[in-house]
Design a protein around this ligand. Structure first.
Ligand SMILES: [Zn+2]
Length: 376
C-alpha cells in the first residue's frame, strides 16, 4: 500500500499563507451542481493545506495544517455525488487530515476563499465528474427548423456559497431570485414562440463568465439576470433594470451595484483559471453595439411593466460594468427586483404572489419587445 501511495500522488496544491496559530473548522458545507460537487470548510482563520489523490481505491486526501476539527457535521448528504464517505483524523499532533472515499475518478480543484461578510475564511474543494466534464448545455432549440422560438436564458443571481444580499428574517437573495427565475421560465415556456432555460437550476454557484458561456451555448436571444438589491441604507427601495456600460457607470448607485455584484466570484468561489478574459477591445465590437442597443430597448420595456406593479428605483435603464452582462453578441439585462435590505420590500419578496407578479412584469416587458421586433 505504501508504494502505491507515493506513486499515485496526482495532484498537490499549496496555499501560501503562514498560519502560526491553530485554526478550527467551524462547519463543513456541501453544494451539488450538475457537473461537480463542492465541499466547503469554514475555518476560523486561513490555513496552509495540501490536496492529493490516490487510486485503487479512489480517494482524495486533504491535509490542513494546524487545524482542529471536533466532529464532522452529521447533515452532509453525499447522495448522488462522487463522494461515498468522508472521514478525518489528526496528524503530526495538530494537523487535520480529511479523506474522501470516492466512487469514481474525479478532477479536483481546490482553493481558499477569504472571509467575506458573515462568511469565514474557507477552503473549497471541487470534485468535477469526468463523464460530465464535456457536459454541453443542450442547445435550447434546433435552429434548422424554419420557425425557431425566441430563446431566453434566465439567470438567477448568486447561489450555493454566495447567498447574495441577505434581508431581514434571513431572507437570501439567492433563494428569492431562483423562485422568480423559475416562475419566469414557466411563463415563457407556456407561451407559444418562446423557449426559456435556467442558467442555474439549483442552489450552487456558477461563475460570472460561465453564466455567459451557458447562455451562448443555448444560443440565447436574450440573457436576463435576476437579482434583489441591498444597500447600507435600509430605506433604499424600488426595482430597477441595468445594462452594460462601455464607458463609466450612469450613476453612483449603478457603479456601487456593479461593484457588489461583480464581487460574487470572490464570495461564491471561482479559482484563477476562470478570470474574465473579455477585454475592452471586444466591447467596441459592432455586434456589441447592436446587442447593447437591444438590451436598452428590452430593458426599458421591462422597466415600464415593473413600474406598474412596484416602485421604481430609477426611471431609466441604468448602465455600469457588470461582468455577467459582458456577452458581446447576446442582448443582456440585469433586473433588480427590489431591495431585499428594505424591510417592506423584503416582506413582499418573501411571498409567492409578489414573486409571481414580478415575474409576470418581467415577462410582459420582454414579450412586448419581441412581439414588436422579433430576432432574425
Ligand atoms: Zn445580486
Amino acid at each position: 500500500m505504501k508504494k502505491t501511495y507515493s506513486l499515485l500522488v496526482l495532484f498537490i496544491a499549496f496555499v501560501m499563507s503562514a498560519a502560526s496559530f491553530a485554526a478550527d473548522v467551524r462547519d463543513v458545507r456541501l453544494w451539488r451542481a450538475p457537473d461537480h460537487t463542492r465541499v466547503v470548510f469554514d475555518l476560523s482563520r486561513p490555513a496552509d493545506y495540501q490536496v492529493f489523490q490516490l487510486n485503487d481505491p479512489e480517494r482524495l486526501v486533504v491535509d490542513i495544517q494546524k487545524t482542529n476539527l471536533k466532529k464532522l457535521p452529521s447533515n452532509l448528504d453525499f447522495q448522488d455525488t462522487p463522494v461515498s464517505r468522508m472521514r478525518h483524523g489528526v496528524r503530526n499532533g495538530g494537523d487535520l487530515r480529511v479523506v474522501f472515499d470516492l466512487s469514481q475518478q474525479v478532477k479536483v480543484r481546490s482553493f481558499m476563499l477569504k472571509a467575506s461578510g458573515e462568511l469565514h475564511d474557507r477552503l473549497v474543494i471541487d470534485f468535477h465528474e469526468k463523464e460530465k466534464q464535456a457536459r454541453t448545455v443542450k442547445k435550447a432549440v434546433d435552429i434548422t427548423s424554419d420557425r425557431r422560438p425566441v430563446v431566453i436564458a434566465i439567470d438567477a443571481g448568486h447561489g450555493g456559497e454566495d447567498p447574495g444580499a441577505i434581508g431581514p428574517g434571513r431572507l437570501y437573495e439567492k433563494h428569492v431570485v431562483l423562485e422568480i427565475a423559475k416562475e419566469l421560465q414557466r411563463l415563457f415556456n407556456t407561451t407559444k414562440g418562446y423557449k426559456a432555460e435556467l442558467v442555474r437550476t439549483g442552489d450552487y454557484y456558477v461563475g460570472l463568465r460561465q453564466r455567459r458561456d451557458i447562455a451562448r451555448k443555448m444560443q440565447a436571444d436574450l440573457f436576463v439576470s435576476v437579482h434583489a438589491d441591498a444597500f447600507t441604507n435600509a430605506k433604499a427601495s424600488g426595482s430597477s433594470v441595468y445594462a452594460l456600460s462601455q464607458r463609466g457607470a450612469t450613476s453612483a448607485s449603478a457603479a456601487f451595484l456593479a461593484r457588489t455584484e461583480n464581487d460574487s466570484d470572490l464570495v461564491g468561489g471561482v479559482s484563477l483559471s476562470d478570470k474574465d478574459d473579455i477585454l475592452a477591445g471586444v466591447l467596441t465590437d459592432l455586434s456589441m453595439t447592436a446587442s447593447l442597443d437591444a438590451s436598452l430597448r428590452i430593458g426599458s420595456n421591462v422597466l415600464s411593466e415593473m413600474g406598474q406593479m412596484s416602485k421604481l428605483h430609477s426611471r431609466r435603464v441604468e448602465q455600469a460594468a457588470f461582468a455577467v452582462l459582458k456577452s458581446p453578441d447576446i442582448p443582456s439585462i440585469l433586473v433588480e427586483t427590489g431591495f431585499i435590505s428594505n424591510p417592506g420590500e423584503a416582506k413582499n419578496l418573501a411571498t409567492n404572489w409578489y414573486r409571481a407578479k414580478m415575474a409576470r412584469a418581467i415577462f410582459n416587458g420582454i414579450d412586448n419587445h419581441f412581439k414588436r421586433s422579433p430576432p432574425p
